[in-house]
Structure formats: C-alpha cells, structure tokens
Design a protein around this ligand. Structure first.
Ligand code: ASP
Length: 409
C-alpha cells in the first residue's frame, strides 16, 4: 500500500491511462459511472487558469523590471516559437509529399460539417480580439490572447509607478500567484483519477462503433502515420537538437516533463494543462517564475508545433484525395497559413480542426474536405497537444538558460 501511495505521479497517470483504455473497451456502457471524475478534473483545471495566468503574468512582467529586458525576452520567445513551428511545418510538408497518403483515395462523399463552428474564424477577427473591448467579458469567456495582452500591459505599467503605488500591487499579485500555485498543486494530486475518467469516456465513445472505426483507421493509416511520424521526429529529434544547442540536456528535460505530456495527451488541451506545465517547469526544471510566467501562457496560446505540422499534412492530404496537384506557390501559402492557423488555434480540444477552414479557404480547397479527416481527429489531437505543450516547455528552458539562469536540466 505504502508503495502505491508513493508511486511517482507520472506512473500513477500511466496506470490510470492503461486502466481507462481497458475500462473503455470492455465496459463502455458503464462509463457514466467514471466519466464524472474526468469532468470534475477538467472543471477544476479550467477554474484555475484565468486567475493563474493573470497573477503569474503580472508578477512575472513586473519582475522583469524594465522595457528593455521585457522587449528582449519577448523577442526571444516569439522568435523561438515561430522558428520551431515553421520547422515542424516543413517536417510535415516533406513527410506528406513523400508518403502521399491521400493519393488514390476516392472521395465521392460529402459529409455534413457543423458550419456554425467554422464561422468567425478569419485571422483579422482573431487579431482584433487581442485587444478586448471589455476585459471582464474577456475573462468570463476565457479569451486567452486578450487576457494575456491586458496582463502584459498591467504588469509593465506597474513597473513605471512610484514605489508607494507599485509595492502594494506587486505584493498583492505575488500573494495571489502563490495561492493559485497552492490550489494548482492540490488539483494536480487528482490527475490520475481525472485522466482515468476522461480517457475511459473517449475510448468508450470510439469503441461503441469499433467495427467502422477499424475500417476508418485502416483507410486513414498512412495519413495518421504521416502526422505521427512528423510529431515524433519533431519531439525527439528536432527539439532535442535545439535543446542541446541551447545547452540543455534533452533527456533530462523530456523526463521532467512526463507528467505534463501525459496530461496534455489525455486532456487534448494546452490550456487545461497549463497549471501543470507551470508547476513542472518551475519546480522540476528550476526555471524562474519571471520567465515561465511569460513564456508558458503565451506558448499555450500561440505556440503549437504539433498543430502547425498537422494542419499542413492534413490540408495537403485533402488536396491529394481530391486529386488536386498543388503548385509550389500553393504549398508555400499552405506553409504560411498553417503557421497562422496554429497561432490562432485556441488551446482546447479539436481547435486545430476548426482553424483548418482558414487554410482551405486560402488555397481554394473545398471546406467539406474536413469531413475526410474528422473521424481520426480526436486521436491525433492527443498527440499534437502533447508536442504543443512540450514545445512551450522547451521555449521556457532555453530562454531561461539564455538569460543566465541556473537550471536542473
Ligand atoms: N488541442 C490542441 C491544443 O490544445 C489544439 C488543436 O486542436 O490542435 O493544443
């Protein structure tokens, strides 16, 4: 008993994951008795996110101190995120052109797409929403970019106040951040139970239609292979090389992030994983709150290596399935719009699928092509979210190292 209680969290999560798969396959009709645990866990994570981001960003930015260092760290972070996303897309581009998963697929069907969810996704619209017209409304809706923007401004201007005013604000947000971290640590203890509930639910849903799922998986296997190979290559090769160049031990860092990646995988949400990501990057890797509170919430919102790669592979797969030969120029547009779509995707399940309409539109492919990849999207979402979050953590450690911090990796 003692042994089980002291088992490391990532082992507990792995065991929960395996048990959930078994449960979902063999007892799909009993899943309602456990899925509530997943719902509660997700609700608890979401409950933490907004006050955690606000307090940590304001404290972090206020501690960075002056406009010059804020500008420097900001530039480094954004450059790192854009650069790694672009490499991920190019990896996907090479793989999908090489494996050609869509060639030979006959698509004589048109599936119904929920068109409502594909509206209002223009990039201009997304950029516009960075500046909220009502910050309380943005908080209530969980509009991450707007919340980040406001917290950045707030944190920065705290540093320009005189001592009399800045001190109480800094102390207040410091204390708020400390309490949010305490609540986060408390919620993290329930991760194995939460993940058991979530994954059992997902598996039971799929298993209910196992015969057709199997045929779909077979038909889609090369497409899935292209996405997964790309994701594995990016995680284990590209990011490892980049970490090594940044004088970070990639194996150690990967090991430190096991719980984070398993949670991202199970929840399929960068946002929901954020409290756990912040805890691990600060407390295991040893990154300062100053850096992690800036890089991680921003990363969870705009940096999605896995999604970027997946967008590119999926759109070219759709083009291949329609028998459309893409010109170099069109492929270039796909690369750029994949990057924008990944930046614009919210850190929630299946957001990447919705954003794909932007790319299809840009290169003139039919929107209903999305129907082709719908069936396996939930599974791929788990993998891409894990690497999305891992990419953020790599950014945090590399930037912390470049700022001269002493880390445990
Ligand atoms: N689920 C992903 C995330 O939260 C986004 C996506 O759908 O690609 O990072």
């Amino acid at each position: 008993m003692q042994k089980i209680v002291t088992l490391k969290l990532h082992w507990q999560i792995l065991i929960a994951l395996v048990l959930a798969i078994v449960f979902g396959i063999f007892l799909p009709e009993k899943v309602i008795y456990v899925s509530w645990m997943g719902d509660l866990f997700l609700r608890a994570l979401k409950m933490i996110i907004i006050p955690l981001i606000i307090s940590s960003m304001i404290t972090g930015v206020a501690n960075i101190g002056n406009a010059e260092s804020l500008g420097r760290i900001g530039m480094k972070t954004i450059t790192f995120y854009l650069f790694t996303s672009l490499i991920a897309i190019i990896t996907g581009l090479v793989l999908v052109n090489f494996l050609k998963p869509g060639v030979g697929i006959n698509i004589g069907f048109t599936q119904q797409i929920d068109s409502a969810s594909f509206q209002n996704q223009s990039l201009g619209n997304i950029l516009m929403r960075i500046i909220p017209d009502n910050i309380f409304d943005a908080m209530a809706k969980g509009d991450m970019l707007a919340i980040i923007f406001f917290s950045l401004l707030f944190g920065y201007f705290v540093t320009t106040l005189d001592d009399k005013h800045s001190r109480p604000l800094k102390r207040f947000f410091d204390a708020l951040f400390a309490i949010m971290m305490k609540i986060t640590l408390f919620v993290i203890k329930f991760t194995p139970l939460g993940i058991f509930g979530i994954v059992a639910g997902v598996i039971a849903k799929q298993a209910g239609d196992s015969a057709s799922l199997l045929t779909i998986l077979q038909k889609m296997s090369i497409y899935m292979l292209a996405v997964l190979l790309g994701i594995f290559f990016h995680t284990f090769v590209t990011l490892s090389v980049i970490l090594k160049l940044g004088k970070i031990n990639p194996f150690r860092h990967l090991k430190n992030m096991t719980t984070v990646m398993l949670t991202a995988f199970s929840t399929s949400s960068s946002n929901a994983t954020l409290p756990i990501t912040m805890d691990a990057v600060e407390n295991i890797d040893g990154v300062s709150n100053k850096i992690s509170s800036f890089t991680l919430p921003l990363g969870a919102t705009i940096n999605m290596n896995g999604t970027a790669l997946y967008e590119c592979v999926a759109v070219i797969f759709i083009a291949q399935a329609y028998g459309i030969d893409l010109s170099f120029q069109q492929q270039f547009i796909i690369v750029i719009t994949s990057l924008l779509a990944a930046i614009g995707s919210a850190g929630i399940p299946m957001a990447g699928l919705v954003m794909m309409s932007v790319i299809l539109n840009a290169v003139g492919l039919p929107l209903e092509g999305i129907g082709l990849i719908l069936a396996v999207d939930r599974i791929l979402d788990m993998f891409r979210t894990a690497v999305n979050v891992y990419g953020d953590t790599c950014g945090a450690v590399i930037i912390a190292k470049s700022e001269g911090e002493q880390l445990n990796v």
